[in-house]
Design a binder for this molecule. Structure first.
Ligand code: ADE
Length: 481
C-alpha cells in the first residue's frame, strides 16, 4: 500500500507518519509514503498557488492547473494496473468510518489531496477526485490533519503493520459494537473491584460477559450503531431458518465482512464491502421486485455481482435487472464445532518426513503452478491476489508441491486441486481438512460451494462430514450485452 499526499506542508505529514507504528511500518517497507509539494507546480512568481474566487466571496482558492499538475506527477509514479483512489479531504465529503477505512485498505495506491485557503477550483476536482471524504462535522485549517487521521486508520489494517494480529479485528467496532470495558492490575483500585467473572478462568462466561457489555455500551453510548446491530440480529434470525442455504450470508455477518444494506419482512440484502458482492434472499418471491426497485441509488449503481438464493427469481433478475446467470452452486457446510482428526492425512506438527504430507501457506512465488493447475473461472490477477492474501495452502511431499486449497475472497473454501501425478493419495482430503480446521480455529463456520454435477468434490466433502444445501444458490453478474 502506498500513500501519496499532495500538500503545502509535506514536513507535517512526514514527521507525524514517521513516528511510532506507522514510522516502523514505513521503515520496514510494509507501507510506503510519498509527499508532493503542490507549490513546486506553480508557474507563477513566488510560487503562488491561489487566487480570488470568481463571483466574490471570502478567501482564496487553489488554482486548477497547479493542482492538476501535482496530481499528474503523483499518478505518473503509479504503475497502470494498480488500483488507485484520489481522495479530496473536505468537510463536504462523506463521513470517514471504520468501514470506509476497510474499503480503502484494499487499494494499492491512495492519493490524498489536502486543500488550504477556502478550497480548490471545482473543475480540477471534477476531473481527478474519486472520493470526497470528511473526518467529522467541523472545519480544520487544512486537509493535512484529516489525511493523517485517515492514513493512520487505514495503515493499521494493512497486514504486518500491527504486530498483534488479533487486535485489528477484536477492538472497537468489531461486529458493529463498541468495545467492552477492560481492566488490568491491581484487582482493587480506589475501592473498585475488577468484575469477578474476568478472574474466573471460565472462557465461555468471560466471552458472554464481554458480548453483553459491548451490547449495553453500544445501546447507551451509540444508539445509531445499536439500531444497525439489532437489524443484523433480526436478519440473522431469518437466515437461520435455512442455515445450509444461507451459510454464505450468515458468515458475511459473523465475520464482519458484510452488512445488511436493506431488509423488509420478506427480503434481505447483504453487501460484502471488501469485494463488492451482494447477497439476496427472499421468503416471499412476489415481494422481491418492489424491494429491489426501492434500493438506495448507491447500491443500485454498485450492484454488479449478486448471489441469488431462490431459483424462482432468476427470470426477474435476468429480464428486469439485466443480469445473467454465471454459475449455480450447492453450499457445503461443516456444522460441527470440533476440529477434524488429521492422523494419516498430514503432519499436524508441520515436520517434514520422507513421503509424508506437510501443509504450508503459499505465496506469490507459486503463481505458475497454481495458475496452470487451477482451471476454474478465475483471472491471473485473482490468483495473485489470493496468493498474496496468505489464504492459500499447499500440500508438499518430499519438498514438492502436490496440490493446494484455500479461501476465496468472499470467505468460502475452494480452489482445491491436486496435481495429476499425485492423485489417489488422499492429498485432496488432507488439504480440505486442513483448511476446514483452519477456519474453525478462526471461529468461522467453514463452507464451500460446488457446482451441480461435480460428484467427486461432493462425495469428498460429504465423506469429511459436510452437509449439502437442498437447493442451489445462483451467482449472477451484470449482462454487458
Ligand atoms: N479539511 C478541513 N476540515 C476537514 C474535515 N472536517 N474533514 C476533512 N478534511 C477537512
Amino acid at each position: 500500500m502506498k500513500f501519496h499526499v499532495l500538500t503545502l506542508f509535506p514536513e507535517m505529514i512526514e514527521q507525524t507518519l514517521g513516528t511510532s507504528i506507522t514510522g516502523r511500518a514505513i521503515s520496514q517497507n510494509i507501507i510506503e509514503l510519498s509527499t508532493v509539494q503542490i507549490r513546486d507546480f506553480s508557474k507563477e512568481k513566488h510560487y503562488k498557488v491561489d487566487d480570488y474566487p470568481y463571483g466574490g466571496g471570502a478567501g482564496m482558492l487553489m488554482q486548477a492547473q497547479v493542482v492538476s499538475d501535482a496530481v499528474a506527477h503523483a499518478k505518473a509514479s503509479i504503475p497502470e494496473n494498480q488500483s488507485t483512489r484520489v481522495i479530496y479531504v473536505t468537510p463536504q465529503g462523506e463521513p470517514f468510518t471504520q468501514k470506509k477505512a476497510i474499503e480503502l485498505s484494499g487499494a494499492d495506491d491512495l492519493v490524498f489531496l489536502c486543500g488550504h485557503y477556502e478550497g480548490i477550483d471545482e473543475r480540477v476536482l471534477e476531473e481527478e477526485v474519486t472520493d470526497y471524504i470528511s473526518i467529522g462535522d467541523y472545519v480544520l485549517t487544512g486537509g493535512e490533519l484529516a489525511s493523517l487521521v485517515m492514513i493512520d486508520a487505514i495503515s493499521r489494517l494493512v497486514p504486518g503493520v500491527l504486530h498483534n494480529e488479533v487486535s485489528a479485528d477484536t477492538e472497537s467496532f468489531h461486529r458493529g459494537l463498541l468495545e467492552y470495558p477492560q481492566y488490568s492490575r491491581p484487582e482493587v483500585w480506589h475501592e473498585k473491584e475488577v468484575p469477578k467473572v474476568l478472574l474466573s478462568g471460565n472462557i465461555r462466561e468471560i466471552e458472554q460477559w464481554k458480548l453483553e457489555q459491548s451490547i449495553e455500551r453500544t445501546r447507551t453510548r451509540r444508539p445509531d450503531l445499536y439500531e444497525a446491530y439489532e437489524r443484523q440480529q433480526k436478519a440473522m434470525e431469518m437466515l437461520l431458518k435455512d442455515k445450509l442455504l444461507h451459510i454464505d450470508m450468515i458468515e458475511q455477518l459473523n465475520r464482519g465482512i458484510g452488512e445488511v444494506v436493506a431488509m423488509d419482512e420478506a427480503n434481505i440484502l447483504i453487501w460484502n464491502f471488501h469485494v463488492n458482492i451482494y447477497y439476496h434472499t427472499c421468503f416471499d418471491v412476489t415481494k422481491a421486485e418492489s424491494f429491489m426497485q426501492g434500493l438506495p441509488e448507491k447500491h443500485k449503481k454498485q450492484l454488479q455481482n449478486l448471489v441469488l438464493h431462490q431459483e424462482e427469481l432468476l427470470p426477474l433478475f435476468q429480464s428486469t435487472f439485466g443480469m445473467k446467470l454465471l454459475m449455480p452452486c450447492y453450499q457445503m457446510v461443516y456444522t460441527q464445532k470440533e476440529q477434524i482428526p488429521v492422523k494419516g492425512l498430514y503432519q499436524a506438527d508441520g515436520k517434514e518426513l520422507p513421503g509424508k504430507v506437510v501443509i504450508r501457506t503459499l505465496d506469490d512465488s507459486f503463481f505458475d503452478v497454481v495458475a496452470s493447475t487451477y482451471h476454474t473461472v478465475d483471472s491471473p490477477e485473482y490468483i495473485h491476489e489470493r496468493l498474496n492474501s496468505g489464504e492459500v495452502f499447499g500440500a508438499f511431499v518430499d519438498g514438492q508441491i502436490t496440490g493446494f486449497c484455500g479461501y476465496h475472497d468472499d470467505g468460502s473454501i475452494g480452489m482445491l486441486e491436486v496435481l495429476p501425478e499425485y492423485r489417489g493419495r488422499k492429498i485432496g482430503k488432507a488439504l480440505e481438512v486442513y483448511v476446514l480446521n483452519h477456519a474453525r480455529r478462526r471461529g468461522f463456520i467453514p463452507y464451500g460451494q460446488v457446482v451441480p454435477g461435480n460428484e467427486i468434490s461432493t462425495a469428498l466433502q460429504k465423506s469429511i462430514g459436510l452437509y449439502q444445501s437442498k437447493s442451489p444458490i445462483y451467482w449472477m453478474g451484470i449482462d454487458e450485452n
